[in-house]
Design a protein. Structure first.
Length: 76
């Protein structure tokens, strides 16, 4: 985090717990597609920037490119 963003990051276990909760906790059961703000610990509206179509498409394109580079992707 410090090298990439210039700030210290939190313990990786915090992020892992959030992902576990998103997959298994009842509080997330009816929230498919909703944005969870890790910093505030609640569901919230995403930043307006990410809701812009060009930004959204750029994210999809970047994800597709990474998947295409994965040599194990076809084995799943």
């Amino acid at each position: 985090m410090r090298d990439g963003y210039g700030i210290a990051g939190n313990d990786i276990a915090i992020g892992a717990q959030i992902l576990r909760d998103a997959a298994l906790a009842p509080a997330f059961a009816e929230k498919s597609g909703a944005y969870f703000d890790n910093d505030s610990g609640r569901f919230a509206d995403p930043h307006p920037f990410i809701m812009q179509e060009p930004t959204n498409q750029a994210q999809v394109d970047a994800s597709d490119a990474l998947i295409a580079e994965d040599p194990l992707a076809d084995q799943a």
